[in-house]
Design a protein around this ligand. Structure first.
Ligand code: ITT
Length: 214
């Protein structure tokens, strides 16, 4: 049902429902869409319920969220499912990245848990990890398109920087000496005008999405 390259691409214009309740993500999605003249209205603003994320992959969960929002709103909906995969922890927290922060969304605790588990496992440095973002665009008629992006890097402790959200302060992307938490928004998820590869997982997924849908 989901495909990276749909038979007939559909273009998005006007407005889209951003099927997320995460304000950090919503901000990034808005900033990514704005240059294309597409406005994003957040799921919380429309009072949309949060569906249960029962999928086993980022793509499945993104599709669940986008489809639920498109059905409930009658408008096209764009969802992101994303997470941090730590190699020495077998890819954890992965699709459970939000859950590791608990109901209170305590990412300081979630980052501390990652450090604790790496030390307990005796994992040799560098502590490799990657962020993944799956974007799903669902149309009210049930059609869905998905796109995935990834960025690799090392984990650093203690966390550095206060920008961004979630696990940004411990993620040092390859080729950079500042964490996502120390970068300006534009550096983390800006899309280069010359068509070269963006830095963040979400911006990389967005580049694929933009090629097909904007
Ligand atoms: P929605 O489902 O409502 O979109 P969520 O926060 O629950 O919000 P996810 O299920 O996709 O979203 O969980 C992804 C988690 O992974 C997110 O809460 C962050 O902690 C982390 N994450 C994803 N992208 C990130 C990024 O760019 N920087 C830092 N942490 C990120």
């Amino acid at each position: 049902m989901t495909a990276e390259t749909p038979e007939r691409a559909r273009r998005l214009s006007g407005r889209v429902v951003a099927a997320t309740h995460n304000p950090g993500k919503l901000r990034e999605i808005r900033e990514l869409l704005a240059p294309h003249g597409v406005e994003a209205v957040g799921a919380a603003e429309l009072d949309l319920a949060e569906p249960e994320e029962t999928g086993r992959t980022f793509r499945d969960n993104a599709a669940i969220k986008a489809e639920a929002a498109a059905r409930a709103s009658g408008e096209p909906a764009l969802a992101d499912d994303s997470g941090l995969c730590v190699e020495a922890l077998g890819g954890a927290p992965g699709i459970y990245s939000a859950r590791w922060a608990g109901d209170s969304r305590d990412f300081a605790a979630a980052m501390a848990r990652i450090e604790r588990e790496l030390r307990a496992a005796g994992a040799p440095r560098p502590w490799r990890a990657h962020f993944v973002s799956a974007l799903a665009l669902a149309w009210p008629d049930g059609r869905i398109q998905t796109f995935e992006g990834r960025v690799d890097g090392d984990l650093v402790f203690p966390p550095r920087g206060t920008a961004g959200f979630g696990y940004d302060p411990i993620f040092l992307p390859d080729g950079h000496d500042r964490t996502f938490g120390e970068m300006r928004a534009e550096e983390k998820h800006g899309v280069p005008a010359d068509g070269s590869l963006a830095l963040s997982h979400r911006a990389r997924a967005f580049q694929k999405f933009a090629r097909e849908c904007l």
